[in-house]
Design a protein around this ligand. Structure first.
Ligand code: MN
Length: 690
């Protein structure tokens, strides 16, 4: 035990001044004395547990005060020492931490038949309330649990199961929330071992059998990839991503895959020296192997709630097997492994605190504030969710684009966000690879693929469970078109004309209504711009659904005519004054643009942000290496007209890091087109719905 303690001191000496360690020695003396006659279930002196817990914390870089409190963490619970004694000996700070840890230990976490998720949230809440404001309490409790899990085999079987379940339900998710992935994995694997020993042994046996094969495959990949990264001047190391037993099990049970399907997917991690290198590395990877659509996720531009940052992509290997690639900088990697604990390291450094960590601490602070205010248990789950993910959630399209939706949004809201006809024909969705109904409650970070059927049409009850106004408006509109509900005054909501035929076989006539002039004006785009001063020519009275043109009049404004208007053809002599015009949502074409970029962090996010006010739908985006050090970023979007395309081009050209904008052409909509995109199912579905 002296040896163990010497090891702890040695570890702390690496980062802290010798005089700072006095408190640790003092705590050791007190704890050792207090636990003197106690033994662990393993037969070891009890103090060994306290030393191990402190050493686990020191391993994450935590400070001597936290380690001292860790040495004392079981003193109050198990010995005659009480908090006032600790306070007298060690002061308020340590006394409060020890008190917090003791309180958590006295909590009970009931395991009844309630909804597992709700139970989990309640328990985490309970724990956070008990720990008040001090994060160090949670850190000690997690380290305590980790050591208990490492030595769980000495306990009775019933205790092993109870403690393991609690670990999976509370402590592993908590470690995950704090971003400490290495603790999360270890906690999960231990718990898995005790809860399902047979499955655990089976999987670990299979992993061992596959090890040589996998290592050889990995080695080959690294040898191939590293020189190519260097050629592109990306300084990076490539490592294999270990598969944790519990995560293999989860994949197998959740996605219904068998062992080899999970194991065949090689996971690699590219760790670059600089943040900008991540995007260059992505370009290299995508130039070597074909990316699988929808699997690109940019958590650099959009970090996860626990501040995790990386780019994820999945590519198809030459042997037909997918490979998962995670790309992150050394700094991001450090935070990915140690999460909030990384904070302590920076705190000690002279360069001051890291912004991201500050953000994370702010989040925790917010959570505590909420916990203090939280009243009734009834809306606990809802407030918990809101707190964990603010008012809006970010979800991903199959192409990896990020969409923002309000809390409580359903796949139907998402479908209407993409296109009204995808909404009308939506029958469900595949969320993170799993099929879910249209009412499913979307969560932060979900990856959503909408499933459609041309036989599907909106139902009345859809209006009640969608949460976005956009979806609600469009459902009503469609129900009206179908004659399911009576038409209402058209002034209330701007009516958009039907954009596509539902079925090419029996094309229904375009819906053209008598809409009032103000509504009509709102629907007109001139050169792609909305909100222009327009008047409707009396000679032809253009309505949504008609092909239109604009003519710049002498009194400031633009006169809108139907394209076939004879009187316009006669009078409009000055061709320089003829401008393009279209109805909102009509005459959409698919434009493709290439940006020549020098990659830097957040470039994608900045491009997306710049485009946001234009309200365009980006349909497809791809990074690829260009000439020299430049990269190409190609994307497609639905444009109202040429003016709209020009506007998009001008907007993106202003984003720093974009050097050139190249038009790659336009595809006009072809209503009679039969789906012929068999090789791209996502695209096919989109076309089908359109
Ligand atoms: Mn303990």
């Amino acid at each position: 035990m002296r040896e163990a303690f010497a090891k702890l001191i040695k570890r702390l000496k690496k980062s802290y001044k010798p005089e700072d360690l006095d408190v640790v020695r003092h705590a050791y003396r007190v704890a050792n004395e207090a636990h003197q006659k106690q033994l662990r279930a393993s037969g070891e002196p009890y103090i060994m547990h306290s030393i191990e817990v402190a050493t686990i914390l020191a391993g994450l870089g935590l400070d001597p005060v936290t380690c001292a409190a860790a040495l004392l963490h079981d003193v109050v619970e198990d010995t005659k020492h009480k908090i006032p004694t600790i306070r007298k000996e060690f002061g308020d700070d340590i006394a409060q931490i020890v008190d917090g840890v003791t309180k958590i230990s006295s909590l009970s976490f009931p395991d009844n038949d309630k909804d597992r998720e709700e139970q989990q949230a309640q328990n985490i809440r309970k724990m956070l309330v008990a720990t008040a404001q001090d994060l160090r309490v949670i850190m000690i409790k997690l380290a305590d649990r980790l050591h208990n899990m490492r030595t769980l085999k000495y306990l009775e079987s019933a205790d092993r199961i109870r403690i393991s379940r609690e670990t999976l339900d509370i402590y592993a998710p908590l470690a995950n929330r704090l971003g400490i992935s290495r603790w999360k994995w270890e906690l999960e694997d231990h718990a898995f071992h005790f809860l399902m020993p047979d499955v655990y042994k089976n999987i670990s046996r299979l992993v061992a059998m596959k090890r040589h094969e996998r290592e050889a495959y990995l080695e080959k990949t690294i040898t191939f990839l590293e020189p190519r990264l260097l050629e592109a001047e990306v300084v990076a190391r490539v490592i294999g991503r270990p598969k944790h037993l519990y995560s293999i099990y989860e994949k197998m049970s959740r996605q219904g895959k068998d062992f080899s399907q999970v194991m065949d997917v090689l996971g690699i991690r590219i760790i670059t020296q600089t943040d900008a290198g991540c995007y260059n590395a992505l370009g290299v990877v995508h130039s070597l192997w074909t990316p699988i659509p929808g699997r690109l996720k940019d958590y650099i531009a959009m970090p996860k709630l626990n501040m995790y940052q990386a780019i994820h992509t999945t590519v198809m290997r030459e042997n037909g097997l997918p490979m998962e690639v995670q790309i992150r900088s050394e700094q991001m990697d450090f935070i990915a492994r140690e999460g909030i604990a990384a904070h302590w390291r920076y705190k000690e450094g002279e360069s001051g605190r890291d912004d991201k960590l500050d953000t994370q601490l702010t989040w925790l602070q917010k959570m505590y504030d909420w916990l203090k205010d939280a009243g009734s248990q009834d809306n606990l789950m809802e407030s918990m969710r809101q707190d964990f993910s603010s008012a809006n959630i970010y979800v991903f399209t199959p192409r990896g684009e990020v969409k923002e939706l309000p809390q409580g949004a359903t796949p139907l809201d998402f479908a209407y966000l993409i296109h009204s006809h995808i909404g009308h024909h939506c029958i469900g969705a595949r969320v993170n690879g799993k099929i879910v109904p249209i009412r499913y409650n979307l969560q932060m970070g979900d990856s959503i693929e909408i499933l459609t059927s041309k036989n599907q049409e909106p139902h009345f009850d859809w209006i009640d469970f969608v949460v976005t106004g956009r979806a609600r408006t469009r459902i009503r509109q469609r129900l009206r078109e179908l004659g399911e509900i009576a038409p209402v005054e058209e002034t209330k909501a701007p009516v958009r004309p039907r954009q596509y035929h539902v079925s090419p076989k029996t094309p229904p006539p375009p819906v053209v209504r008598e809409v009032d002039e103000a509504t009509r004006r709102k629907l007109v785009r001139v050169q792609g711009l909305k909100g222009m001063q327009v008047q409707f020519a009396k000679c032809c009275n253009p309505m949504p659904g008609h092909t239109i043109v604009g003519y710049v009049t002498r009194t400031p404004g633009i006169s809108i005519h139907r394209a076939e208007c004879k009187s316009f053809a006669r009078s409009a002599r000055d061709h320089s004054r003829v401008v393009q015009a279209s109805w909102e949502g009509e005459g959409q074409m698919l434009a493709k643009i290439r940006l020549v970029t020098r990659n830097r962090p957040n470039l994608l996010a900045d491009i997306t942000n710049a485009l946001r006010p234009l309200n365009i739908d980006i349909l497809n985006a791809q990074f690829g290496p260009g000439e020299d050090v430049n990269n190409h970023f190609d994307f497609q979007f639905e444009a109202a007209d040429e003016g709209n395309i020009e506007q998009v081009a001008k907007t993106v050209a202003r984003v720093p890091g974009v050097f050139d904008v190249i038009h790659l052409g336009v595809q006009k909509p072809q209503p009679e087109e039969t789906p012929s995109h068999a090789k791209n199912p996502a695209k096919k579905r989109f076309k089908e719905a359109g």
